[in-house]
Design a protein. Structure first.
Length: 298
């Protein structure tokens, strides 16, 4: 039962760290989609030709960018409630990421098939490659949701460029770069979780050292002595408790100093080996044991 509780606590702490990382990385990501669509509207005749479509896409990009900021992480108090709330928040954030990527992928596909937007094709293809790279490096917390966002933003235009009426050289370049983006996602995903494991290990070491710093070797003896009403010798059970605590105290002192004693013994052996090159006789071995005992008890 204790292991289950500890595992639940560790998973909850790891989930909370993932929520914090996602929140920190998502705040400004939506503004780049808005900026990209503004550039399309400025350098192409998309607004006069398609005014309603332009307004709808602008509203979608602005709404998704605002949703990243407005929807804040939960702050629940219960373990089960907090885990469910954080999981729900993460799922919602990944839906926002994938919707933004799919919308931009649709815009890029639209520019490739519509002659009105021919002036924006190169810029939007470069933007799609940049957004896919940003997803691979920034939103690498979960592999398959991030992969889905990369496919949504990058794959439609890449497949369309392989058709006969488009440039095959550009299609080949986009395909090679897609493999690079996927390999970057794999590496970033492993690095992210390796960092979480390392930080969790450091956190556990810190907790253990903090617990050891608060633990006094004589606290058990004091507690047992103060909890007995006649601890001066009137109660046999109290005397037994005090004796047991003293024995436990001595054992803890010995165990805490065992590492230092072992290091002293090893240093002494190394020093004696450097000072002597002959085989020790029986008196020499006796003196050697005495030296080890004297040094280890210092």
């Amino acid at each position: 039962m204790e292991r289950d509780l500890e595992s639940t606590g560790l998973n909850l702490r790891r989930l909370a760290q993932e929520v914090a990382e996602t929140r920190r990385r998502m705040v400004i990501g939506g503004s780049f989609y808005v900026l990209g669509w503004v550039l399309v509207c400025l350098f192409t005749p998309v607004v006069p030709v398609y005014p309603w479509m332009s307004a709808a896409l602008a509203a979608i990009f602005v709404g998704l960018a605002m949703a990243r900021i407005v929807i804040r992480p939960p702050g629940g108090v219960g373990t089960e409630t907090s885990a469910k709330a954080m999981t729900h928040w993460l799922d919602l954030q990944w839906i926002i990421i994938q919707m933004s990527a799919a919308t931009w992928g649709g815009v890029v596909f639209w520019t490739l098939v519509d002659p009105v937007l021919v002036d924006a094709r190169v810029a939007l293809l470069i933007g799609a490659a940049g957004f896919a790279t940003a997803i691979a490096h920034t939103y690498c917390m979960r592999f398959w949701p991030s992969m889905l966002a990369i496919v949504a933003i990058y794959l439609p235009s890449t497949l369309l460029m392989w058709t006969p009426e488009h440039d095959r050289a550009v299609a080949f370049s986009l395909t090679v770069y897609l493999f690079y983006v996927i390999s970057s996602l794999v590496r970033s995903h492993h690095d992210f979780h390796r960092r979480l494991d390392f930080e969790e290990e450091l956190r556990q070491q810190r907790d253990r050292f903090e617990w050891m710093s608060r633990t006094d070797d004589r606290s058990d003896w004091r507690i047992a002595a103060s909890s007995s009403p006649n601890w001066n010798g009137a109660s046999p059970s109290a005397s037994a408790s005090i004796a047991a605590c003293r024995c436990s105290n001595s054992t803890s002192i010995i165990s805490s100093r065992s590492t230092t004693h072992m290091a002293t013994v090893l240093a002494t052996v190394a020093w004696l080996r450097s000072q002597t090159s002959y085989v020790m006789s029986s008196p020499d071995r006796t003196n050697f044991v005495r030296v080890l005992g004297a040094r280890s008890l210092q």
